[in-house]
Design a protein around this ligand. Structure first.
Ligand code: UDP
Length: 387
């Protein structure tokens, strides 16, 4: 598993190693998130390759565009090619993160540029699917909810009634182009693949805290940003008012879905797949946990007030401040106004439903954040020059 030491990788390793007969060969430049697992004795022989190495923080897409494209696309190509062509493994399962495509979306607000990125996405998918098809390997494709783009409502005037979240609809044309292209045009006869779209997976070990286990000028995702603010007793920063909607799913629930996909791919090679390829593209998210970013900030702050042991000391009197996206992320930031998963297909095909409520999820994550980072942050704040 390449990138096994990251957020998703560490949880997937843990699940595979503690609850299944798999042995994991973990490759990463860091091992702090999987240290405990490294001490476990080796189990049975390995069968799948999983590539989770990618740059996936919004700020990096804007500030380090070339690094992001190299890391998430170009550097990953030899991995894909090597695994299949050397045929070391009895089966290849590529969990390939397509976060690189969202980076290009963020970089290129204009539609014209987005079209170029679509071409890149298709090219990458074609390469992977073709390798797997030719070598009789199976493929689980990690896509992202970014393929939905913005909601139709977000293009309407602010006071337009259709802007209300309940009637906004996802723009799914891009995802349909991709899935249909793969299913019909690229590898006729290959049905050993499934695709999943991750929608705001969060939980322990996510991202980094700037200055502690990541660069001090780095900007992680919203959960780590807010935890960092709370631990430092700073106001939480709401980008452009924090009105964007996100539905957050617990990483542990999401990993259950990945395992179900692996099992189904092994035992259920359904030939009807050609008729309805979209039935094999799964949205992995939790529609019940939908909140605005502002509400997320409120829940996290209240959670700390109720249980002050989750942070160093109670939060400030001014819990949030508004910042512009330009100030926070730099020029060219293009936010997605709403993300909520459509669950019919994953319910029907995998009988999967997420279990963890947002309150539960945030409570356990904040406890983890405090245990992991509180002391280091306190030290840093007491002696800022040391960092
Ligand atoms: N955001 C925010 N304050 C922060 C960090 C992020 O308001 O300190 C917003 C960001 O602009 C976006 C949302 O929170 O609207 C989610 O951002 P995240 O980085 O988690 O990634 P995304 O869900 O957009 O992929």
């Amino acid at each position: 598993m390449i990138g096994a030491g990251g957020f998703i990788g560490s949880h997937l390793c843990e699940k595979l190693m503690t609850e299944t007969p798999h042995m994991v060969l973990a490759v990463d430049v860091y091992n702090d998130k999987i240290k405990l697992l490294l001490e476990q004795p080796a189990g049975r022989s390995h069968q799948n390759t999983i590539n989770l190495a990618a740059i996936c923080t919004l700020a990096d897409y804007n500030k380090r565009p070339l690094d992001t494209i190299y890391s998430n696309f170009i550097d990953a190509l030899p991995v894909v090619a090597l695994d299949v062509s050397t045929n070391i493994l009895s089966e290849c399962l590529f969990l390939y993160l397509f976060f690189w495509c969202r980076c290009i979306f963020c970089l290129a607000p204009e539609l014209k540029k987005k079209m170029y990125s679509i071409i890149w996405i298709l090219l990458m998918m074609v390469i992977q699917v073709r390798y797997c098809s030719e070598n009789g390997k199976r493929l689980i494709l990690f896509s992202t909810c970014e393929v939905f783009g913005k909601t139709i409502g977000s293009f309407l005037p602010k006071d337009h009634p259709l802007r209300k979240p309940r009637v906004q609809r996802m723009v799914s044309s891009l995802s349909l182009i991709i899935s249909n292209r793969i299913a019909y045009g690229v590898v006729n006869g290959f049905f050993g693949w499934r695709c999943l779209r991750s929608l705001n997976w969060i939980g322990s070990r996510m991202d980094f805290i700037p200055g502690v286990d990541g660069p001090s000028e780095g900007v992680p995702r919203v959960l780590a940003c807010f935890s960092n603010n709370l631990l430092r007793r700073e106001p939480l920063k709401l980008v452009d008012g924090g009105q964007s909607l996100r539905s957050f799913v617990c990483i542990k629930d999401a990993i259950e879905a990945v395992l179900l996909m692996i099992v189904c791919l092994h035992f259920n090679q359904d030939p009807f797949y050609f008729k309805w390829p979209y039935l094999y593209i799964f949205n992995v998210g939790n529609p019940k946990n939908e909140v605005t970013v502002k509400q997320l900030a409120e829940i996290m702050t209240k959670s700390c007030v109720r249980r002050p042991h989750r942070i160093i000391s109670p939060p400030l009197e001014v819990p949030t401040i508004d910042v512009s996206s330009e100030e926070f992320y730099g020029e060219g930031y293009d936010d997605s106004d709403r993300r909520v998963p459509e669950m019919t297909i994953i319910n029907r095909q995998l009988s999967w439903n997420p279990k963890t409520s947002l309150h539960e999820l945030l409570a356990s994550t904040l406890t983890y954040q405090r245990k992991t980072y509180a002391k280091a942050i306190k030290r840093m704040m007491e002696n800022p020059t040391a960092t």
